[in-house]
Design a protein around this ligand. Structure first.
Ligand SMILES: *Cc1c(COP(=O)(O)O)cnc(C)c1O
Length: 397
């Protein structure tokens, strides 16, 4: 059994704050500053260029990749860290289009995160405009998978509503139609058990600064199924994806397996704080995490609905159909969220009217849920969102 009181003690959270935004940026692991200090002073400061070998910086993307791989059900040796999620989406998509040269459709849904769609649009333009990015409504996605589709690009858990797609089912349907699937796990990795191998995912990508707590700007990860690992053509053919980077050959030859998804120099300092976060994950069983997450989100939904009749639940009630966040709609959602943040309950807002609350059992328990419900009831029923001070929009919502 995972000891969530013990994991909570490993995070540095300001006293009195109820932090329900770990789905956007996870909190600071207490061990991260010391690990960062070590990477800076004992490694960079002391070893200088020798750090690449002595501190094994070059192997970090594969080592950390495998630690994330355990959390997403990946076969060892098939996940690597690097770049940002948007870049990893681009890599996975372009590899899929190259593996299905006779097909021209990228299929996604209107619940996907805009950056994934923008990257697909850019790729379509770059390939000369012959391809098409086609969007279905999330509930119609399965029926939209036809034999024209080269690749299905799906984010498992919707960033706004928390609605979860059925990975095994959509993947099976795509494969039956001859299409490949890229799963975006931005709101799944560290939020719920994922089984990319069992679910048949061709590619999976995700970020590490949300539920995984790797820190702002922490690098992304990419998984390539073993059956594609040696023939997925890398569109971003940087030297560290080369078969022999230090041979400095004039022409590119893709590396073996997952190494070909590497591009350039790994972000060594950013990986240091990610490593501290992954130390915590090593003691977590994903089934325990899911049980705790569902208990917290059920408690939150019941409590908020009972106290605030004005808030409309946007998240599916069915356990199978949701991730680890709960969203409510309200026309004054932006101002209401600012009023909550001012009272120490931190969630966030997504246009046009979504108030979003993420639940991470690693550091959130039922006491925090009850406190959040109490303050939400105070803000909503006291109409504190009418206060002009809360209507001023900041650049990042
Ligand atoms: C958070 C998120 C991103 C962000 O991409 P970055 O390149 O890390 O900024 C992309 N896609 C999805 C689905 C996300 O939830």
């Amino acid at each position: 059994m995972t000891d969530f009181a013990a994991t909570k003690a490993l995070f540095d959270l300001p006293a009195g704050l109820v932090y329900l935004d770990g789905n956007s940026l996870g909190p600071l692991p207490k061990a991260a500053p010391a690990r960062m200090e070590q990477a800076m002073r004992a490694e960079w400061g002391t070893m200088l260029i020798g750090g690449w070998n002595q501190a094994n910086w070059m192997a970090q993307p594969r080592r950390l990749g495998d630690r994330i791989g355990r959390l997403i059900g990946a076969e060892p040796g098939h996940t690597v860290i690097g770049d940002t999620l948007s870049i990893k989406v681009f890599q996975a998509l372009s590899a899929c289009l190259a593996l299905r040269p006779d097909r021209l459709v990228i299929l996604s849904d209107t619940g996907n995160f805009p950056s994934d769609l923008y990257m697909a649009e850019g790729l379509v333009r770059m390939l000369g405009g012959r391809h098409e990015l086609r969007l279905a409504e999330p509930e119609d996605l399965e029926d939209a998978i036809t034999e024209e589709v080269a690749v299905l690009l799906v984010t498992e858990v919707d960033y706004r509503t928390g609605r979860r797609h059925d990975m095994a089912r959509l993947t099976a349907r795509a494969h039956a139609m001859g299409a490949l699937v890229v799963w975006d796990l931005a709101h799944s990795a560290g939020a719920l058990p994922v089984d990319v191998a069992g679910g048949g995912a061709d590619f999976a990508v995700g970020c590490t600064y949300k539920y995984l707590n790797g820190g702002p700007g922490a690098p992304a990860f990419i998984y390539v199924a073993p059956r594609h690992a040696h023939d997925a053509p890398p569109a971003l053919s940087g030297w560290l994806g080369h078969r022999a980077p230090f041979a400095f050959e004039l022409s590119y030859t893709a590396g073996d397996g997952i190494d070909r998804m590497r591009v350039g120099t790994p972000p060594v300092l950013a990986m240091a704080s990610l490593e501290a976060a992954l130390d915590i994950w090593d003691a977590v069983e994903m089934d325990d995490l899911r049980r705790a997450s569902l208990a917290l989100t059920d408690r939150f939904i019941d409590g908020v609905e009972a106290a605030c009749p004005d808030l409309v639940l946007a998240t599916p009630r069915d356990h199978e159909r949701r991730g680890s966040q709960v969203s409510f709609r309200h026309p004054d959602g932006y101002a209401a969220m600012q009023a909550l943040i001012a009272r120490g309950v931190v969630g966030d807002f997504r246009a046009p009217d979504i108030m979003r609350f993420g639940f991470a059992p690693l550091y959130i328990g039922s006491a925090e849920v009850d406190r959040a419900i109490e303050i939400i009831a105070e803000v909503m029923n006291g109409r504190h969102y009418d206060d002009a001070a809360y209507r001023q929009r900041a650049a990042v919502t």
